[in-house]
Ligand binder design. Structure first.
Ligand code: UD1
Length: 425
């Protein structure tokens, strides 16, 4: 097991590049199952979750290979429609193979998914959508089986604009007969990126990025090449890092439009954010941030995946802040760890009240989930003394060598094994 050791207090500076989006890469890799032949997906980050998705596809008979930044999937021969339980349990997004397998193979059998422990995370919306397209669904013994000779286009209204359900239903509908309408669809940039990939395979998806998707089914798709969009959550995390450390950082490879809710909140906190024409963003901060109130919402609202990182920021802000989590019901597990570093946070249901402190102090803290881990790293960058962040494998699910990027920008952060860390004490 590895840990991160951070000595706080250095302002970040220089330039860092954001990688391709994890949450776009995962559904796009799954979508490559829809067509026989070899698809190539560029700028895919090196992450545990991506490895898990590649493992899922290999287990189904696809040939998956990796070059430094691309993933190639040859889905000519699919020999199984049952991804193994160990992989599905390791990552909820494994469930995204359900739509493509059902559409192409007419059957899929999958275990109930796992993932970060941030709430009950049901899959009713996925199943409701697939059933509306004509799939017969059986559940039992922790397994779900769906069958359909050929799916038929239908009108699907989503009770909540779930990202994963929108993606799964869209991937199923592209090969259905006739027209599918997904109403109250998720509008996240990653949903748009998936729609663009599907369209480059020959699908007819219209309206991606709005809350109504129109999908005219086709009889077959062809493999395609695609470059995934930059990771807006990684970009947002680096923006917060620059703001918290009172640094000046150029963050390269971003789509400024995707960062609007983040930029707006950072500006409200007094951070200078400049969007540049060359696809970069410049963040500069010289004073203590002001407190800000935040409510997480589906896109284009403030992303739940940056809630924990903003909680780290508001922990050192002047004045008080209220952060309300409306997307997941149990996403405050970082609160007790931040408190160990001196943060003053009270939770009342889905709201957290943060009383900003002049400083935080280094401590031994543990990642409880991916974004919680990122928040602890950010807190460590400004805490006095040494912070040791353990269970860092959570961070590796979603950030490619975060500590290397931060170290290149001047942070005093290194990755060591737990036993090396113990010897150093
Ligand atoms: C995706 C992202 C995740 C992000 C989340 C919300 C990926 C791989 N993961 O997760 O990083 O935090 O969007 O932006 O893209 N829900 C139901 N029934 C369902 C499906 C979802 O009630 O069938 C609920 C969930 O419990 C949750 C909310 O809807 O409370 C949002 O979930 P959803 O948008 O589906 O998130 P994911 O696709 O799992």
């Amino acid at each position: 097991m590895e840990v991160l050791i951070i000595r706080g207090g250095t302002p970040l500076g220089g330039e860092v590049r954001v990688g391709g989006a994890k949450n776009a890469s995962l559904p796009i890799i799954a979508a490559s199952l829809l067509a026989p032949g070899s698809s190539s997906i560029e700028d895919v980050p090196h992450l545990r979750d991506v490895d898990t998705m590649c493992g899922v596809l290999s287990s189904l008979g696809a040939t998956v290979s990796r070059s430094p930044s691309a993933v190639s999937v040859d889905a000519s021969d699919i020999s199984s429609v049952e991804p193994p339980y160990e992989l599905v349990r390791a990552m909820r997004a494994s469930f995204l193979v359900m739509g493509p397998l059902l559409a192409r193979m007419g059957r899929v059998r999958v275990s109930l998914p796992g993932g970060c422990a941030i709430g009950s995370r049901p899959i009713d919306l996925h199943l409701k959508g697939l059933a509306a397209l004509g799939a017969e669904i059986d559940m039992g013994y922790g397994q779900i089986e769906a069958r359909a000779t050929r799916l038929a286009g239908a009108r699907v209204y989503m009770d909540f604009p779930s990202v994963g359900a929108t993606e799964n239903i869209m991937m199923a509908a592209v090969l259905a007969s006739g027209m599918t309408l997904i109403e109250n669809a998720a509008q996240e940039p990653e949903v748009v990126d998936l729609a663009n990939f599907l369209n480059s395979m020959g699908a007819r998806v219209r309206g991606a990025g709005t809350n109504v998707l129109r999908i005219e089914g086709v009889t077959e798709l062809s493999p395609a090449c695609h470059m995934v969009i930059p990771d807006r959550i990684e970009a947002g995390t680096l923006m917060v890092a620059a703001a918290m450390t009172r640094g000046c950082l150029v963050i390269d490879n971003v789509v400024a439009e995707h960062l609007k809710p983040i930029t707006a909140k950072l500006r409200e906190a007094g951070v200078s954010v400049e969007e540049r024409d060359d696809g970069s963003i410049y963040v500069e901060m010289h004073q203590r941030p002001a407190g800000v109130d935040i409510k997480t919402m589906p896109y284009p609202g403030f992303p739940t995946d940056l809630q924990a990182q903003f909680m780290a920021l508001t922990s050192i802000s002047s004045g008080s802040s209220v952060i309300t989590e409306t997307v997941f019901e149990n996403r405050f597990m970082h609160v007790s760890e931040l408190a160990r570093m001196g943060a003053s946070i009270k939770i009342d249901g889905r709201a957290a009240m943060i009383e900003g402190q002049p400083s935080l102090s280094g401590a031994q803290v543990r990642c409880t989930d991916l974004r919680a881990g990122a928040a602890l790293v950010l807190a460590g960058l400004v805490a006095s003394g040494e912070t040791v962040v353990s269970d860092v494998y959570h961070v590796d699910r979603g950030y490619e060598r975060l500590e290397e990027k931060l170290a290149r920008a001047g942070a005093d952060i290194r990755r060591v094994t737990e036993s090396e860390a113990e010897q150093a004490v």
